[in-house]
Design a binder for this molecule. Structure first.
Ligand SMILES: C[S@@+](CC[C@H](N)C(=O)[O-])C[C@H]1O[C@@H](n2cnc3c(N)ncnc32)[C@H](O)[C@@H]1O
Length: 836
């Protein structure tokens, strides 16, 4: 088997290279070539629409294969560079504007082929993410039904997920032949598959439900592809279809709140709807009326129900809790109730059957039915798992991709946040390792003993775990797609590690105690006031003015220029270290909030390390000895990168030093504020957060949105801007190095010339004229540019290389070129020749 290079997604595989060689913009081109080889839909086509076409390789292939006068229209969210013989434009295929533009280009013509290779970008709305690929396919299908001629072909990419069968089912209703295939150029590890739908039936009227994601994905709980079920059963669907008229294409989805209480898959409902309504319909939903009157249905709940798309995890939780409470009140709750009901039934044997008992009996029946169904589902699920394992063994899928597949929940309905799915991606194990595992049991114990109502409900726990699992998955997906997010996360983890690493060191500080030089002097005020002895163990770590290098660099910035007394202040502070404030002192229980700390840290670190002995920080290797003395070791330059302020080219990265920190530093330096003021400012409501036991998603949200916004001065903002401009203006490292090399060589040449001239001048056997002409010759020689060395240009393919990597049959300097470059060079030569 050929070994593939593993860059990115194994990007440099043979298809990638081949695409480069052939001049295709993406390796995806070969997928279309291979699909067309199998089904021959391009050769005979005159009009083609390419949905989600960027960067345009499918359009390139279409332009090559289709007859010369064909119309090819490509559209994508991203801009597409012009392609000969193709019309392209930028638009979202889910919008009416896109449809109208397509109509403009096609005029009265109909398309022979509609292609769709769309893949949604991973967005921030993680709740809706799972649906979007399938929805995009359905959207492209909708456009296909509008623009395809009868008998036309629709080719689409589909991901093998829980919606796959539903999509196939719909395709089968609209086309005479539907085939799913995976072209060889599609990576085996990818879950993508291509469906080629031929023979468009072009029905006069299409039931809008065929194209409505809600109908297709949510309601066809068990769609059976290729069966005779060509007509929707109106009875079956009516349940969720309130408020939708025939032909209604509006994306806004709403359902009565009572349905949310009754559903067995509340999370899927929250993920797919826009609104839960409390409005009474003329037919009078009794459950809704009761729900409306319940005290549990607070204004907050109503507000949340009014617009589900803007809710965060916290609100989702509130709604889920509310649902459980109401279910309790209505009597269709969890196992606990079922047991009670069972117990109640035993009593019913000896008592006359009253209305209540009848209800209970009915409930028991329902419960039994439910259990049987669950058993059946479990069996199905096991069979599915078995298949998945086989697929994994055959490398048809990866564990991550299995995570994408949303299987039906235990109740048979599709569940967006299936706990099992979360588990597949390692979500549960992560939770088990994380906070929830450590904190929840403790809390449970407390709560059980104090408040019976707060007793943990297995259903609720499961929902919470589901949410947490999905959040983990969401984070993983995001970090896969977003490099910035990855970097941020890594920084955060690194900071955590540092902190923990330090805590570990705390206990074993023998070494530092040995280094303590002031223990004798300190013994007097040992008890009264422990002093901080700041000892610079790194002799090179301090600049000439008594500041640390880092502080000196920080205050070296333009913003501090011309401010009198900065140096004096700083030196004073340096000398005043003993009376120091510990910005990291959390032991009091109420400390400045984190953002204040970070800002103060940045400024305070820049001014001086001020720490009392008992509270060593992660920023310096310090430790307290028994006598209350502390040795604070400043780090060598090489370790700067481990500190809070990022380092670039050996200096603090000013682009990341915030304007906030600058403002604070400026205020400190000008005396506008004292360090005590800064500390006082830090005591805000954000400082007193109790974060113990809160789930990660909640803390992440809080950190992002709920933090102190500090005013920044115009000067600080301008300084940051200026710094960024300066940074951006710098040439890249390679260019800088090349220029420096050039200068260095020129200087060397000049030196050599000087030496030779001096020898010539001192030469006794030469006339002055000869000397002058020799020196002139030398100078002319030095000024002459060397002819460039000839470089052989080689187009080397994968197999055509020796062990050293040198293309076979080449000598001396060689340069690898791609096919395009090779063609250009040849064309240039041809041109030169013809000119001659
Ligand atoms: C795999 S690429 C398509 C590659 C293309 N077939 C080619 O040959 O180069 C998927 C494209 O789908 C586009 N896309 C995703 N959602 C879209 C939307 N709603 N409307 C238009 N394009 C979309 C993305 O911008 C991306 O360029």
């Amino acid at each position: 088997m050929a070994i593939q290079k593993k860059h990115g997604k194994g990007r440099l595989d043979k298809w990638y290279k081949l695409a480069k060689e052939k001049g295709y913009r993406a390796r995806a081109a070969f997928k279309l070539i291979q699909l067309n080889k199998k089904y021959n839909f391009l050769e005979k086509s005159k009009v083609l629409i390419d949905l989600c076409a960027a960067p345009g390789s499918w359009c390139q292939v279409a332009a090559e294969v289709m007859p010369p006068s064909s119309l090819i229209v490509g559209v994508d969210l991203a801009p597409i560079k012009p392609i000969p013989r193709c019309i392209t434009f930028q638009s979202d295929i889910t919008t009416d504007k896109c449809r109208a533009t397509l109509r403009q280009h096609l005029k009265t013509w109909k398309a022979d082929v509609v292609l769709h290779d769309g893949a949604p970008n991973v967005g921030t709305a993680w709740v809706q993410d799972a649906f979007s690929q399938a929805e995009l396919v359905l959207q492209s299908m909708r456009l296909a039904t509008e623009f395809l001629r009868e008998g036309g072909t629709f080719v689409t990419k589909v991901f093998r997920s829980k919606d796959y069968n539903s999509l196939l089912w719909v395709f089968n209703q609209l086309f005479t032949k539907v085939e799913a295939t995976k072209p060889p150029s599609s990576r085996n590890v990818s879950a993508e598959i291509f469906v080629v739908c031929r023979g468009y039936k072009a029905p006069k009227r299409i039931d809008p439900k065929f194209l409505d994601p809600r109908s297709v994905f949510a309601e066809l709980a068990d769609p059976t592809p290729n069966n005779e079920a060509k007509v929707f059963n109106p009875e079956k669907k009516k349940r969720k279809r309130d408020g939708y008229e025939e032909g209604d294409y509006i994306q806004f989805k709403e359902a009565p709140a009572s349905e949310f209480i009754q559903t067995t898959d509340p999370i899927a409902m929250l993920g797919s709807l826009n609104k839960l309504s409390f409005e009474q319909k003329p037919n009078g939903d009794i459950a809704l009326a009761t729900l409306n009157k319940l005290p549990e249905t607070t204004q907050e709940i109503r507000n949340c129900c009014a617009d589900l798309k803007v809710l965060g995890r916290k609100e989702f939780r509130i709604l889920l809790r509310w649902r459980l409470k109401v279910r309790d009140i209505f009597g269709f709750s969890s196992k606990k109730k079922a047991e009670e009901a069972a117990a109640g039934e035993e009593v019913a044997e000896i008592e006359p059957m009253d209305e209540e008992m009848q209800i209970q009996e009915e409930m028991q029946k329902l419960q039994d039915k439910d259990n049987t169904r669950k058993k059946k589902d479990r069996r199905k699920e096991n069979e599915r798992k078995q298949k998945e394992i086989v697929r994994m063994q055959m490398h048809m899928t990866t564990p991550m991709e299995i995570g994408m597949e949303q299987e039906g929940g235990p109740d048979g309905q599709s569940s967006m946040f299936n706990l099992k799915t979360a588990d597949k991606a390692g979500g549960l194990s992560q939770i088990a390792r994380g906070k929830m595992h450590l904190v929840v049991p403790e809390r449970k114990l407390e709560e059980e003993s104090t408040d019976e109502e707060e007793e943990s409900d297995p259903e609720e726990d499961a929902l919470e775990r589901e949410l947490d699992g999905m959040y983990e998955q969401y984070q993983e997906r995001k970090s896969e797609a977003d490099a910035k997010y990855r970097a941020k996360k890594a920084r955060k983890e690194h900071a955590d590690e540092e902190f923990h690493g330090f805590s570990d060191k705390e206990g074993s500080s023998d070494e530092e105690v040995v280094e303590d030089q002031g223990s004798n002097e300190s013994s007097d005020d040992e008890e009264s006031q422990p002093r901080s002895l700041v000892t610079d163990l790194d002799t090179g770590g301090r600049a000439a003015n008594g500041l640390t290098k880092r502080a000196a660099q920080f205050f070296d910035q333009d913003i501090f220029k011309g401010i009198d007394g900065v140096d004096i202040d700083l030196e004073e502070e340096a000398a005043d270290a003993d009376s120091g404030i510990d910005i990291n002192d959390d032991t009091s229980g109420s400390s400045p909030d984190r953002s204040t700390k970070a800002a103060i840290k940045q400024t305070a670190k820049a001014t001086k390390s001020l720490k009392p002995p008992a509270t060593p920080t992660a920023d310096d290797d310090s430790s307290a000895d028994e006598a209350g003395f502390e040795v604070v070791r400043t780090k060598p330059d090489s370790q700067w990168e481990e500190q809070d302020v990022p380092i670039r080219d050996g200096r603090p990265d000013i682009s990341i030093i915030t304007a906030e920190a600058m403002t604070l530093a400026h205020q400190l330096a000008t005396g506008e504020k004292t360090k005590h003021d800064l500390l006082d400012d830090g005591f805000t409501k954000y400082a007193l957060r109790d974060v113990d036991g809160l789930p990660d998603w909640f803390l992440d949200d809080e950190n992002r949105h709920s933090r102190l916004q500090r005013p920044i001065t115009a000067a600080a903002a301008a300084a940051i801007k200026e710094k960024l401009r300066a940074l951006n203006a710098r040439p890249i490292k390679k260019v800088r190095e090349a220029k420096d090399r050039k200068k260095f060589k020129a200087a060397q040449r000049l030196e050599k010339l000087k030496r030779k001239s001096a020898v010539l001048v001192d030469e006794e056997g030469m006339t002055e004229k000869d000397k002058a002409s020799s020196i002139a010759k030398l100078m002319a020689k030095a000024a002459k540019k060397k002819p460039r060395k000839q470089v052989s240009v080689v187009v080397a393919r994968g197999g055509n290389r020796g062990i050293s990597g040198r293309p076979r049959g080449t000598k001396g300097k060689y340069k690898m070129v791609d096919a395009r470059l090779k063609k250009d060079v040849r064309a240039e030569k041809r041109l030169k020749k013809s000119r001659k």
